[in-house]
Design a binder for this molecule. Structure first.
Ligand SMILES: Cc1cc2nc3c(=O)[nH]c(=O)nc-3n(C[C@H](O)[C@H](O)[C@H](O)COP(=O)(O)O)c2cc1C
Length: 331
C-alpha cells in the first residue's frame, strides 16, 4: 500500500451497490490467511458475510448502523481458540494455569485485531472503502448463534467494506507518538491543544461536541455507548472463560468440594460453611477465574436446592412406603 493511502485513509460509510467478484474474495482470503500471528499459532478466524439478510441482522443489532447494511461485504474477525484447544488436549499443556489461559485470550484477540487491520489495508489497495466496526461483541452471543461461531471464540472486530460513494476528509488526529520515553506532562498538553485545534472540524463544520466533551459524554454511566460497552464486557468475560483450557482451578475445587461433601449433606451447616470457604478462597486467590463467580455460585446454590428437594422428597416417599408396609403387616 502506498504511503499516501495510509496518510489519506478515512473510514468510509457510504457505499455504491456492487457485487464483490469471486476473484476479489479469493484475493482477500489469501491476504487474511497471510496475516501475522503470535508464534504462528493462527488463533483467529474470519467470516466474510455476503448475504444481505445477515448484513441486515448485524447492522440492526449494531446500533442500527446503515453502512453495515449497505456494505458490499462485512468481514467479521474472531479470536479463535477452538483449534488450539483441540491440539492442546492432545499435547497436555498447562490446562489449569489461569495466567496461561488469560495470556492465550489476549494473544488470540491481538491476532484477530492485526488480521483486521492487515485486511483493511489490502482492501483499500484493491479500491474498496472500509470502516472498522468494534461493537460486534456488545451483541456477541446473538452473533455466535447466527454465524455458527465456535464456543471457544470471541467476536473482536468487523469491517464494513464496499466501493466508496463518498469519501470524507481526513479527521484531525492527536499526536500520540513519543521518542524514547512517554512524557505525561507533554501528553496532557497535547490533549488540550488537540481539543482546541479540532474544534473547527468537530464543532464548526460537523456541528458536534468538541472531542473532550464527546469523550466525557460517551463514558457517562447512562450513555448508550457505556451501556453497550457494559454488555460487551460481559460477553468478553463469558467468552474468556470458554476460550480457556478446559476446567479451571476453581471448578475443580468446586467439584471436589461437592463430591467430598456428599456424606455431610445430612448436616447443612457443615456444607454451607465449606461452600463459603471455597468461594472465599476462589475470590481471593484465583481472581481471573472469578469472572463468572456469580453464575457459579448461583448454579451451586440451585444444585444444592435441587439435591435437597429430591432428597427430602425421596426420604418422605420411603417413610410413607415403609409406614404403609408396616401397617399392612401389623394389622
Ligand atoms: C475498533 C474500532 C471500532 C470502530 N467501530 C466503529 C463503528 O462501530 N461504527 C463506525 O461508524 N465507525 C467505527 N470505527 C471508526 C472510527 O469511528 C474511526 O476510525 C474514527 O472516528 C477516526 O476516523 P477515521 O477512521 O476516518 O480516521 C471504529 C474504529 C475502530 C478502530
Amino acid at each position: 500500500m502506498s504511503i499516501n493511502n495510509f496518510l489519506e485513509r478515512t473510514s468510509v460509510r457510504s457505499f455504491k451497490k456492487h457485487k464483490v467478484s469471486k476473484k476479489d474474495i479469493d484475493t482477500i482470503t489469501k491476504v487474511i490467511n497471510n496475516s501475522p500471528t503470535s508464534t504462528n499459532a493462527q488463533q483467529f478466524s474470519a467470516v466474510i458475510v455476503l448475504d444481505d439478510k445477515l448484513k441486515d441482522f448485524i447492522g440492526t443489532n449494531n446500533w442500527n448502523q446503515q453502512h453495515i447494511k449497505d456494505s458490499n461485504m462485512f468481514i467479521l474477525f474472531i479470536a479463535d481458540r477452538s483449534r488450539s484447544k483441540t491440539i492442546a488436549k492432545k499435547l497436555k499443556t498447562p490446562e489449569d494455569d489461569q495466567n496461561y489461559k488469560t495470556n492465550e485470550v489476549m494473544r488470540s484477540v491481538v491476532d484477530a485485531t492485526i488480521a483486521a487491520t492487515y485486511t483493511q489495508d489490502a482492501l483499500i489497495e484493491m479500491g474498496y472503502g472500509v470502516t472498522m466496526v468494534g461493537g460486534v461483541y456488545a451483541f456477541g452471543h446473538a452473533l455466535d448463534k447466527k454465524l455458527n461461531l465456535p464456543e471457544e471464540s470471541m467476536a473482536v472486530v468487523g469491517l464494513s467494506v464496499g466501493k466508496p460513494k463518498t469519501i470524507e476528509a481526513v479527521k484531525p488526529k492527536m499526536n500520540k507518538v513519543f521518542i524514547n520515553k512517554f512524557d505525561k506532562m507533554e501528553n496532557k498538553k497535547r490533549i488540550t491543544q488537540y481539543n482546541e485545534a479540532s474544534k473547527k472540524y468537530f464543532v464548526d463544520e460537523r456541528k458536534r461536541d468538541d472531542w473532550l466533551t464527546g469523550m466525557k459524554k460517551a463514558s457517562t454511566k447512562d450513555s448508550g455507548m457505556a451501556q453497550a460497552f457494559k454488555k460487551g464486557g460481559q460477553y468478553i468475560a463469558d467468552k474468556a472463560k470458554k476460550m480457556g483450557w478446559g476446567v479451571t482451578v476453581l471448578e475443580i475445587f468446586l467439584m471436589i468440594s461437592w463430591v467430598t461433601n456428599v456424606p455431610s449433606y445430612c448436616s447443612s451447616e457443615v456444607n454451607t460453611s465449606i461452600t463459603k470457604l471455597f468461594f472465599l478462597a476462589s475470590s481471593t486467590r484465583w481472581k481471573p477465574s472469578t469472572m463468572n463467580i456469580e453464575n457459579l455460585s448461583l448454579y451451586f446454590f440451585l444444585f444444592n436446592l435441587a439435591y435437597w428437594t429430591i432428597f427430602s422428597f425421596c426420604k418422605d416417599v420411603i417413610i410413607f412406603i415403609l409406614y404403609r408396609h408396616t401397617k399392612k403387616r401389623t394389622y
